[in-house]
Every structure is written in structure tokens, then in C-alpha cells.
Design a protein around this ligand. Sequence first.
Ligand code: ADP
Ligand code: MG
Length: 788
Amino acid sequence: MDVATLRKILELERKRGCRDDAVLGGLDRYLQRWALEFPDGLLPVSYAALNKRQREEWVGTVLDRLNGVKTGTVERRKKDASPAQHENLDEPITAVKGISTNQAAKFRRLGVYTVRDLLYLFPRRHIDYSKMKTIAELQVGVEQTTVATVWQAQVARLGRRRSTEAVVGDGTGNMKVVWFNQPYLAKKFHTNAQLVLSGKVSLYKGIKVFQSPEYEPLTEDLTHTGRLIPVYPLTEGLSSRVVRRLVKETVDRCAPQIYDFLPQELRARAQLLELSEAVSQAHYPESESLKDGARRRLAFDELFLMQLGLLSRRREWRDGGRARPIKPDYQVIQAFVDSLPFALTGAQQRVMREILADLAKVRPMTRLLQGEVGSGKTVVATAALLGTAACGYQGAFMAPTEILAEQHFANVSALLARAGREDETQESLRTFSGILPRQLTLALLTGSTKKSEKDRVYQATSEGRVSMVVGTHALIQEAVEFEKLGLAIVDEQHRFGVMQRTALREKGSNPHLLVMTATPIPRSLALTLYGDLDLSVIDELPAGRQPVRTRWLEPEQRDRAYRFIRKEVGEGRQAFIICPLIEESEVIDTKAAITEYERLSTEVFPDLRVGLVHGKLKAVDKEEVMRKFRERELDVLVATSVIEVGIDVPNATVMFVEGADRFGLAQLHQFRGRVGRGEQASYCVLVAESPTAEAMERLSLLERTHDGFVLAEEDLKSRGPGEFFGTRQSGLPDLRMARLSDMGLLELARREAARLFKQDPQLSLPEHRALGQEMARVWQDGFTGVEA
Ligand code: ADP
Ligand code: MG
């Protein structure tokens, strides 16, 4: 270890106020490299997770130690604690023999940078080529494998293309093999060579033919044929053969070096495969059951590390310091409630009580408020902000997009104007009287707030003249200072990373935190995904809402749906058209959406104003299109599934979803929630090309049910928890295998995490040391992922 550099970095870090910015990407990454050389117990589980005081203390301790070190290197720790070889897993993949810099660049497109990434590049699925048959036994149309001798291989013209054609045989007979467009193979296959061929067989003029099968020379250790063969995600310039070969070499060489960070005792109790075994078997399983075992182990790891991280964050937040108790002035709250043009629902009242009770405590609130679109979360949030302001504290309300922030600003303004009266209207600062004994000021702060306005808001906020600020990420910019932030609210929180949530919180000293989401998630799962938060649910819609009429149509009826859209537009309404989810690839989905948009705007609705949003648009462009739609400059909005969650376009009355069978019920319900927000009757039209029986069942459930939680439970039952993970990706460690896992495993992971956390929350016991390092690594990656 280079002590001089480490000392310099730590000194810099101390000088900068321990903000974890002395090295790019944060200190944890850097420290990780020296993990094994640190004296016992000195390395924190995660530096990023420490608070300022803990960081200062730690940096001080290490510097003291280092200053006591005279030589250039710290004595290496003995190897037995955890093997040192695993260090090299974090080397770039070019360290693997046979991977060129050119290939490495292509692998980066798959998110693979290091050897570890390559080991964790798991196949999407496996093809079973393990069924070895003689040529006589080969059946038409089934995936199978045969070992045969090449009698003859030559280049052949098939149509206009040059291909390779071969005759192969074994003791039971001969057959033909064709590789289209690969004339170079003819030279590769010498007469009498033994080939393993895997693929589907067809019959041509009574002769069995393998068409472009997988192939390789017969060896002991097969890569492409004769076993369960992995199917990897690919990218341009990396063929499946190349990826398989490189992954196989890497797995063979490096998987045995992976150190299992799970305590032995836990592994035995949970009946989990050993880690290096699991990684190997995930790629080239010896059997179906080992393949499943590998997935189970790897999914467990993801869920378990996630749970541990959430538990420690919860503890840090709750025990990190005292909050300012905000004893709500019930008179003010009551007056506000009385001023509303409607009565609060029972659920709103209950949730409001829960929040107000939390605010009054010295332990900072960390609460998640779940409630469907339109369930009235904003009213509850406003009441909490008002309670905070009444006690002389400030509140911040952060939304993921400018449109949503502006919407909230307008809504909160309107509610306050009703409760009292508005004195002064400026673009970004509004004052109200008659609500509190003094004036109440509300501010708006977004990226596009004018510089001069921004400066005024900054000034007023830092001096405490502003009681509530609504805004976007702009709220967590350096320049924003609060005099005394008491409550931080984060809306549509799945759009934010944990980092941003934390950043907002750090604008005050242990402010109360309320995060809100419109995504209904079954309670059992919410406890897991939001293990760091307390849960409040608004499970009741205001009375008198018209349900969105939902119809599932056959593809042949699509024209009817288009005519219907045209009719609604003719009456001044607007429509959404959601494009199908094609693959788990934003690029492909985007391409498909563009094609669909072109078709719709030129062939179907040439006379209407049609717009398009997709995930590849820049945020400003996306906002611009959404704004146009909201301001009725567009009649029809074509969108991929990325479309904004909370956007309020009361004039939109039709939600048309293509490829509806590809979406989960919860997500379809989300789409549906984007209409039916105005006075007019609204409609949701679903089209599915060739749905399975099960998909038909689900679509018809959607026609009948409007309760998001019922639909979410159904999703959980039929599609597993993977459906919901996407709603919370940012800021969490990657969940790859967990998507395939079941609820039982999730609960096991939660139990084990709670158990371990109770026993050793700092992971300071020697048997948890490797686990602590893995935590730091995984959560650090999660954090940096967010900022990208
Ligand atoms: P959310 O943020 O949960 O999507 P909002 O708070 O924006 O919902 O409320 C949606 C609409 O319903 C708003 O126009 C709001 O004024 C109205 N609303 C809220 N609570 C009630 C209620 N209890 N009764 C009737 N209307 C309500
Ligand atoms: Mg909302």
C-alpha cells in the first residue's frame, strides 16, 4: 500500500470537510483496494454511509495510525482472514488473456468493465443441448446434439449467398449440415474431424439437415454445444460465440478465486451454494437443478445485501441525531382542512395523523406515503408543510421533473390561497396571509428558474423568509441553503436515487423525511423494498371519481380504437398511445416507438397533431413535448413506457396501450391513472397481439378491477417480485438474478439480514469482515450509478 498517497488523500478529505470527495467516485472505491491491508476493524463498512462526525473521527484515527508508520508499506495482513487473490477481480477485463482493448470497448456497452463484471454477466437463459443423440435418433424440430464425423465440407451457393455445406455421419447414418453465409467454415472443417453439433433438425427431401447449428470440435469441455449452453446479452461486434468463449475462459480461470463473503453458518442454514460454485454453475450448469441453485444463491446475495444496506441506513437516519420536534398547531391544521372544498377521505385523515405524530418526535421521521394517482397525497403533504411552517421551520418539496414541480407549486398555491389569501404574486415567490399569524411565503425553484429569481429565492430561503420551497433537483444544489429545514418531502421517489434523497435531507440537520409514491406495491414487498422507511398508505380514492372505463380489444378492432380516438379529439380531448415493450432494451423500444410514431402520424392520424416521447430523449426535450401536450398543442402523444408518472393532463381522456400483454398489471394500472383526471368520462383501451391464456386472464381482471393494490398483489402472484424492482432501481445495488426470484427467497433474505444486523450491525466481527467489504463495494456501485 502506498502510504504517502493514502495520507495525502485523507488529509485532503479532512481539509474539504469530509464530504467524501477527495477521490473521484468516493472514498469507498479507493479504500476497497487496500481493504486487506488495513489493520483489523479499521476499515468502515462504507465511508459514504458514515455521517460527518463519524467520518472526521475515522479519518483522524487512520491518519494518526499512518503517521506512526515509518516504512513505505503497511504490513500485509495474514492471508487466512480472506484470500488476497480476489483483488484482481476488479482489474479491467483486458487483464483476461484474449480480450483486446477493442473488445473491451464493446463489453463496456454491456456494462462490463472489470473481470468481476464479466463473471457477473449472467446469461439471459440457457439452451438445453445436453441431449446427445445419434444421427438415427435425431428428431425433427427438437433442440438436440449429435457428435459426428465430417466426410466433406465445401462452399456452396445457396440462392445468392455463399454458404458452407457439409455431409457428416456416425455409425447410425449420414446427414447434411448447412451454415448460411459462412463460407469460411468450409475451410475450417477438415475431413474426418469430429464435430459436436447442436440445434434443430429439419427434413429436406427425406434427408435430415442441421441448419446453422452451433458447432465445435469434440473436446472434454464444451463451450457451445452438448450441454446447457448460456445465451448472453449481445451487442454489435460481439457474437455469441466470442462472448461464450471469453466468459468461459474467465469463469474457468477466475471463478475459483471468488471469495465467499457469506458467513458459513448462514450459508448452511439457508442452504445456499458456495459463491464460486454458484457463479460457475450460473454460466455453464452441470444440470437444471444446479442452474436453479446458482440462481437462488446469486439472487439471495442481491436481496440480502440490499436488506442489510437498508437496515443500516434506517439506523443511521433514525439514530444519526435528534430532529427538531415539530408540535403541530392543530388549530392551523384544522383551519386548513376546513378551507378545503371537499372532506378528507378516511385514509387521508389517518395518514395525516401518522405524519403529524411523527413530526412531533425527536427521532426524525422516515416515512413512505403510498397512494394512487389522485388519492390526494398533495393535500396531505401541504398540511405537513403547513404544520412545519406554523412552528417556524422550513419545508422542502422535491419533484422529479420541472412539470411536476410547477404542478405542485400551482396546487399548493391554490390550496393556500383558499386557506387564507394571496398577497403578492411573483413568478417564484408567493406570499399568503390569514393562515398563520404572520405572512407565509412559498417559493419555486427549478432548473429553468431565471437567474435573478433564483438568487432571490436562495437569499430568502437562507434567511428563513421562505417557509416552503417546491422544486426539482435544483433544490439540492450547493447554492441552496435553508435557515432551518424541518421537513423534506420527496415526490415520486422512485425517480430519485437514494443519494438525492440523502442530499435533500442534508440541507438541514436531521430534518423529518417524507417520501411519496403513486406506485401501489403489495405490503409484503414494500417492507422489503422500502425496508428503511415506515409505511403509510392512502388506500381510498375520494368519493365520486369516475372509474376509467377499460376495454381489452382484439388486434382486428384496432381501427375502431383509432376511430374512437379521433372522435374524442374531435370533441377537444387528447389521447395517449403507449408502445409495446419489446425487449429489455431502451434502444430497441425507442426504435420501435419511432416507427410506430411515424406510422401513426402519417398513415393513421395525418391530420392530427401527434407527438412522441421516449427514454432516449434528453430531459429538456422530454419536458418540452410533455409541456406541449399539457398545453393542448398536441392531440395525441405516442410514448414508450417511460412516460411521466405524475403528469396531470385533465383533458386527456383516452389511454391506448399497444402490446398490453407485455406489461404487468400494476404498470397498466399506472398508465390508466394518467387519464380520468378531469370532468370527462375517460377510457383505457388495451390491445394485445397474441396473448397467452394467462395474459388474457390478467387483462380481463384489469377490465373489472380498479384497485391498484389488488392488481399489484395479482402481479406479485403471477409474475413475481421482479415486476416491482424496476420501480426502485436507482441508488440500489443491481438486481439481476433477483428478478427471477420468488417471494419466499425475498423473505428469507430479509430474515437473515435482520438476524445478522441484530447480532453485528457494524459488521465488525471477523467472520463478517468479507461481508462488510462486499457491502461497501455493492452499495458504492449503486451510489455512483445514480449520479451517472
Ligand atoms: P395525488 O398527488 O395523490 O395524485 P392530489 O393530491 O393531486 O393526488 O389530488 C388529486 C385531486 O383530487 C386534486 O384535484 C385534489 O384537489 C383532489 N382531492 C384530494 N383529496 C380529495 C378529497 N378528499 N375529496 C375530493 N377531492 C380530493
Ligand atoms: Mg401527485
